[in-house]
Design a protein around this ligand. Structure first.
Ligand code: CIR
Length: 254
């Protein structure tokens, strides 16, 4: 598995914020946490492919939002925040070595953080960043490959994957306040005191989870997942979580 990443930009203090108030971000500490994230993914078996830094683009570390990668193709997004549209060109250049490319076109807008694949089901969050036109375009691109594409209203969270991610084997971890958990056959709810605890990242046998959510992480351990906690507190102030900092490219399985 390849994980595309990008360094934390010098301009991160000017990032987009939707649900959080601006707090000072400690840049050296954010960079240390990001480097630890890259090392941890590498230890779990990912090959890190680091994109060139984009220091003038404040949210450029959150590479997940620029692309949606499945076995058959990579879809380059049209991010919902106009300030982020320049981030996609370098992600497209990196992904064209690994997959045929397709592109989301106006009037659609979509952030990769709104797209969750669980088996052949692709859930697309209808958020402030992602619209119905993007759901239609994704449907046209993915249905021929055997995926089912579903639009899912997101209420209260920035992205769908702030509210739900896959822990593994079809089991999702979900904040039921932000999306309808009954859409998923098997789910584990976050601890109610940890609304941001649903963003986890599975690499091989390891389930990465933010250290800030110990109660939710205990629930995941009780369910049998091998949880490894990462300190992601600085980028959390930029409204980014663990999945946001990588684009995973799995080995192609025909
Ligand atoms: C933004 O608002 O776009 C960034 N500050 C945070 C993006 C986080 N990305 C993600 O959840 N996939």
């Amino acid at each position: 598995m390849i994980a595309l990443t990008r360094p934390v930009p010098a301009s991160i203090a000017h990032c987009e914020l939707t649900h959080l108030s601006r707090e000072p971000i400690d840049l050296p500490r954010a960079r240390e946490q990001h480097a630890a994230y890259e090392r941890a993914l590498a230890e779990a078996g990912a090959t890190i492919e680091q994109l060139p830094a984009e220091d003038a683009m404040a949210d450029s570390v959150f590479v997940e939002d620029a692309a949606i990668v499945v076995d058959e193709l990579a879809i380059i997004t049209r991010p919902g925040a106009a300030s982020r549209r320049g981030e996609t060109a370098s992600v497209a250049a990196a992904l064209k070595k690994h997959r045929p490319l397709a592109f989301i076109e106006a009037p659609a807008t979509i952030d990769g953080g709104d797209v969750l694949r669980v088996g052949r089901d692709v859930y697309v969050g209808l958020s402030t960043r992602t619209n119905e036109s993007a759901v239609e375009q994704l449907g046209r691109l993915l249905t021929p490959h055997g995926y089912r594409v579903h639009g899912v209203p997101v209420d209260g969270a920035l992205h769908l994957k702030s509210a739900v991610t896959e822990a593994g084997d079809g089991v999702v971890v979900v904040n039921p306040e932000w999306i309808d958990a009954s859409r998923f056959a098997r789910s584990i709810a976050v601890d109610p005191s940890e609304p941001y605890g649903a963003n986890v990242l599975r690499i091989g046998d390891v389930l990465f989870a933010a250290a800030a959510f110990p109660r939710t992480n205990a629930r995941l351990r009780e369910a049998g997942f091998h949880v490894r906690e990462l300190d992601a507190g600085e980028l959390a102030k930029a409204e980014g979580a663990l999945t946001c900092c990588s684009v995973l490219v799995l080995p192609f399985r025909a």
